[in-house]
Design a protein around this ligand. Structure first.
Ligand code: ZN
Length: 230
């Protein structure tokens, strides 16, 4: 048995008993995580590790390229996870989290090698927007700089896809959901966050946590002010 499988014994005999109170509480009362994170499957970017989350705190969805397909395009696991987290668990925050040196984003940048990987190629089609955006808006970039730009723009694109889901759109309209776009730089040990106001990724620092879209009641269908005043 490989080492990592054998460590489950340590979970049963040491870790679980040490956190007995926490697990007992979660088992009895169920979960009420505050946030959903959609991050890459890359083994080096562990969402619970990055935010130092305890069991029960973070609802997690991981896939190649931290992708959220637009609503109704793929009725699969990501869409179901988003819907459940937002509509049933009532998370207050959703984080889309990309990272540096992402194999999926390298493939998006250079899809020629995907002939033998039809499932990967189809899945990464949901990131085509990022490649097009970088190609037209940052034509001077190449190599690693281009892949990094595609990774950042992919976070922006997946946040846009996220907003197409009715469960998400409704919570945004009621002003009860905050959206975050993160990029974990695994070389620098730093997390960048998308600042919705400037449109830029900036370092997450104590006291200044940029958000992609803050929770704010939308009033598009409210009575026009002039009419209401008459
Ligand atoms: Zn990745």
């Amino acid at each position: 048995m490989i080492d990592i499988i054998g460590r489950v014994i340590e979970f049963e005999t040491r870790v679980y008993p040490e956190r007995g109170d926490l697990y007992a509480r979660l088992a009895e009362h169920g979960q009420s995580p505050k946030a959903l994170i959609v991050s890459c499957s890359d083994s080096r970017v562990v969402p619970e590790h990055v935010v130092q989350a305890e069991p029960g705190e973070l609802f997690t969805c991981r896939n190649a390229g931290n992708i959220v397909p637009p609503f109704m395009e793929v009725n699969g696991g990501v869409s179901a996870t988003v819907e459940y987290a937002v509509a049933v668990l009532g998370v207050s925050d959703v984080i889309v989290c990309g990272h540096s040196d992402c194999g999926a984003m390298k493939a998006v940048a250079n899809p020629a090698g995907l002939d033998a990987l039809p499932s990967v190629a189809a899945w990464l089609g949901h990131a085509a927007t990022a490649r097009r955006v970088v190609g037209e808006a940052y034509p001077e970039l190449d190599g690693g700089d281009r892949v990094r730009a595609i990774s950042l723009e992919n976070v922006v694109a997946q946040l846009a896809h996220l907003r197409t889901h009715p469960s998400v759109a409704a919570r945004i309209a009621t002003g009860s959901l905050t959206l975050h776009g993160w990029f974990v730089d695994i070389h620098a040990g730093q997390v960048l966050g998308l600042d919705g106001e400037s449109g830029r990724f900036v370092p997450l620092r104590e006291g200044t946590l940029p958000v992609a879209q803050k929770a704010e009641r939308r009033l598009a269908a409210a009575q026009p002010l002039a009419v209401a005043a008459e």
